[in-house]
Write a protein that binds this ligand. Structure first.
Ligand code: GDP
Ligand code: IMO
Ligand code: MG
Length: 427
């Protein structure tokens, strides 16, 4: 038995897709536990660049099964688009399985996502507008429709009628927007369900059977710890628990079944959307990181906010996820700098604190305390082993490892499959 969780340690886009792809070369199954098409995971192989939103990153290995778990919110139209695109690039998607318990994103969810964002004004969250928040709110409010509901025509009509009546009142009376037509939704989504029918399974059973059979399973988290609904910078968060615990729940796996929990962190940090960001660099260096790191959203194309490695947030994420290992990605993006600031604490009201605080307003007031590490001013992207990295780059990784308090076992030095260095742990 071997189950590995891959978790984002920062505000997302750390390179979870790339690390999952690396692990998938040795895996039998990759499971996506939560989130929706708000995620964008990039994998770069000899066949080109793949941007995956719902389909697990294991899909690029022909023998790897891919499961979309019960905790995921699925927009059937967008999933079919993703499957079609993969097929058009010669990828066999018959290895994809979709949970019958997954909640469904229906047309009113993205509409409400946009309207809610508009009504938040300058306090808007900067969501991906994929309908993620409204869909999970409906799931928890027990107004959601699941894949299993859509698969049964009678249930679909009954459930949709109940919910749509309420949504149309909301759309018209609160937001002054147009109502949605029930028959149009039924027609479009029933057609989607016909197309998706061969993929639908009881995913938690499929995953448990794989574990029982001694197969190697990777759970590929979406989003990241600082976007967590409980532990992130609320309300500037997503609507799920993108932690190791949330990954267990979404995949249908118990904590005791997990062998490795790998946290993925960039060698610096980025954030898309609003909310506090203590180490953000609004200046020239931030722009250098954005351009060198191609920091533009995989899902929305928005420029990502960029900043220096945030030690307190990183350590906090390592602790609440119980990480066993760390992957540091995008070290190559720092190749140009003379000096690299690393945040080791926050100053708040004249005192030093060492973890994010609950209030987003207060968290927005913290000032980072930096130490300055020597840059290496050398191209690291062709490194094949740890010894190929310049001493200052190795020292940088050693320092991050000390700060996070967990062993760094992978280092990313470029976007392609081969650009990854393995490292033995020293803490
Ligand atoms: P995810 O959402 O965590 O899977 O990350 P994204 O795919 O949204 O964003 C990470 C971006 O960085 C992608 O464009 C990757 O191809 C790229 N990437 C991943 N690892 C590395 C690395 O070590 N170096 C460089 N230069 N790019 C990387
Ligand atoms: P991956 O898996 C980065 C952010 C949005 C917004 C907040 C809420 O690629 O790392 P939502 O649409 O979820 O209601 O938006 O969460 N966000 C992400 N940021 N990477 C992601 O996914 C994200 N998924 C959501 O930008 O700030
Ligand atoms: Mg991403």
């Amino acid at each position: 038995m071997s189950v590995t969780i891959v978790i984002g340690g920062q505000w997302g886009d750390e390179g979870k897709g790339k690390i999952t792809d690396a692990l998938a070369s040795q895996a039998d199954m990759v499971v996506r536990p939560n989130g929706s098409a708000n995620a964008g995971h990039t994998v770069q192989t000899d066949a080109g660049i793949f941007k995956l939103h719902l389909v697990p990153s294991g899909i690029l290995y022909p023998d790897c099964d891919c499961v979309i778990g019960a905790g995921v919110a699925i927009d059937p139209v967008s999933l079919i688009g993703e499957l079609d695109e993969l097929e058009s690039r010669g990828i066999d998607t018959s290895r994809v399985a979709i949970s019958d318990r997954a909640t469904v994103i229906l047309p009113y969810h993205p509409i409400l996502d946009r309207l809610e964002e508009q009504s938040r004004g300058d306090q808007n969250i900067g969501t991906t507008l994929k309908g993620n928040g409204p869909a999970y709110a409906d799931k928890v409010g027990r107004r959601g429709l699941r894949i299993a509901d859509l698969a049964d025509e009678k249930t679909f009509v009954q459930r949709l009628r109940l919910v749509l009546n309420e949504k149309n009142v909301l759309l018209q009376k609160i937001y002054n927007a147009d109502p949605l037509d029930e028959s149009e939704i039924l027609e479009t989504y029933s057609a989607c369900m016909e197309r998706l029918a061969p993929y639908i399974v009881q995913s938690e059973i499929v995953v448990q059977d794989a574990i029982d059979a001694g197969k190697r399973v990777v759970i590929e988290g979406a989003q990241a710890t600082l976007l967590d609904i409980d532990y992130g910078s609320y309300p500037y968060v997503t609507s799920t628990s993108p932690t190791a615990a949330g990954a267990c729940q979404g995949a249908g796996v118990g904590p005791g079944q997990i062998d490795r929990t790998i946290g993925v962190y960039k060698a610096y940090i980025t954030r898309v959307g609003g909310g506090p960001f203590p180490t953000e660099d609004h200046g020239e260096n931030g722009e250098i990181m954005r351009q060198r790191g191609k920091e533009f959203g995989t899902t929305t194309g928005r420029p990502r906010r960029t900043g220096w490695f945030d030690g307190p947030a990183a350590r906090y994420a390592a602790r609440i996820n119980g990480l066993s290992e760390i992957a540091i990605t995008k070290l190559d993006i720092l190749d140009e700098f003379d000096q690299i600031p690393v945040c080791t604490g926050y100053r708040l009201d004249g005192e030093i604190i060492t973890s994010p605080v609950a209030s987003a307003v207060r968290y927005g007031e913290v000032e980072p305390v930096y130490e300055y590490l020597e840059g290496w001013k050398q191209d690291t992207s062709a490194s094949q082993t740890l010894d190929d990295l310049p001493p200052a780059a190795r020292a940088y990784i050693d320092r991050l490892e000390q700060i996070i308090g967990r062993p760094v076992t992978y280092i990313g030095i470029g976007p392609s499959r081969s650009q990854i260095v393995e490292r033995a742990a020293t803490v």
